[in-house]
Design a protein around this ligand. Structure first.
Ligand code: PMP
Length: 322
């Protein structure tokens, strides 16, 4: 991963290496942070952020779900995002928004720990590659909504993903698919999943334990454009084995086909996956006028020198804004 020049942290651009936190940060101990992964794509009109409004809205929802006060408005977060991408001079990149409970006081009670917000960007190729994914059913079950808020993109619950990913990679697979407590398919460690069967797209419903994926929603809308029926329904593990095609989708991963699941070969990419991947590529790169409103152009920057980047003082994290 190549470092960018700046990270936005609590209102200012700081040099990449100076975006630091205190070791007694509440979020490090108790997983009290929410985050977003968003992408900027190169378009004929310059770099553009894909579905920025939906990502910021989910960040706000996630914060509300875990009771984390967000000290910035959506307008301020949008401006910070565009400022960071422009200052770093990316043609395309990944954006990581993070809002975490900083250090205020030790202990589980979070109220006296101020929220620290950061926006980091870097150039990142599709996270699962482009040549297909070998999938393994995890021995770990997906987080359960009766235990943690699964619809919040919160850091604590991601331990579940980390364990499943490590297990799959140690066993020689690329990625894990997690079943929920009821035994239904939820999602992968960092991507949603679609099965193609008899020309229809099937994906688990809300409540199955998956993140409300923005790429998942994008593909459902693109499927409607293409006349491919898309249905949200519970899927069993054996629905994966009987699938004509399986594809994974997410901001980090893009759209990628599954070549095998638990050693059962699927090959591919199949025709429906290929059509959706092409449509996603067109829409993200500004070649589909029907969904232009999904792209927020990044204003041209005079380069990093234009941004008044002052070193961030980690000690300022200790000051409660409460
Ligand atoms: N599920 C999980 C667990 C994820 O981490 C991600 C990536 N954010 C997704 C699904 C896909 O979500 P999105 O399309 O909004 O990036």
């Amino acid at each position: 991963m190549r470092e960018a020049a700046y990270i936005w942290m609590d209102g200012e651009l700081v040099p990449w290496g100076e975006a630091r936190v205190h070791v007694l940060t509440h979020a490090l101990h108790y997983g009290t942070a929410v985050f977003e992964g968003t992408r900027v794509f190169a378009t004929p009109d310059g770099p553009a952020v894909f579905r920025l409004e939906e990502h910021l809205a989910r960040l706000v929802r996630s914060a509300r779900m875990i009771g984390l006060p967000l000290p910035y408005s959506v307008d301020e977060l949008r401006a910070a995002t565009l400022e960071t991408v422009a200052a770093n001079g990316h043609a395309d990149c990944y954006i990581r928004h993070l809002a975490h409970r900083g250090f205020g006081e030790m202990g589980i009670a979070a109220r006296r720990c101020p929220t620290v917000v950061s926006v980091a960007t870097w150039e990142w190729p599709p996270l699962l590659g482009t040549s297909g994914v070998r999938l393994m059913t995890s021995s770990w079950r997906r987080n359960d909504h009766r235990v943690v808020p699964v619809a919040a993109k919160a850091t604590g619950p991601y331990l579940n993903s980390v364990l499943a990913k490590d297990e799959a990679m140690a066993a020689g697979y690329d990625e894990a698919v997690l079943l929920n407590a009821a035994g239904h398919v939820s999602e992968c460690t960092g991507a949603n999943l679609f099965v193609v069967r008899d020309g229809r797209l099937l994906t688990p419903p809300p409540g199955a334990g998956a993140l409300d994926g923005i790429t998942q929603d994008t593909l459902e809308r693109l499927a409607a454009d293409l006349g491919v029926p898309a249905v949200r329904q519970d899927l069993m593990r054996t629905d994966l084995y009987a699938a004509d095609e399986i594809l994974l989708c997410g901001t980090g991963a893009g759209v990628v086909h599954v070549t095998a699941v638990d050693g059962r070969e699927l090959g591919g990419p199949g025709p429906v996956t290929q059509k959706l991947a092409d449509a996603y590529d067109a829409v993200t790169h500004g070649r589909d006028d029907r969904h232009r409103d999904w792209l927020t152009p990044v204003p041209a920057s005079g380069g990093p020198a234009r941004s008044a980047a002052r070193p961030h003082d980690p000690a300022s994290d200790l000051v409660s804004r409460a």
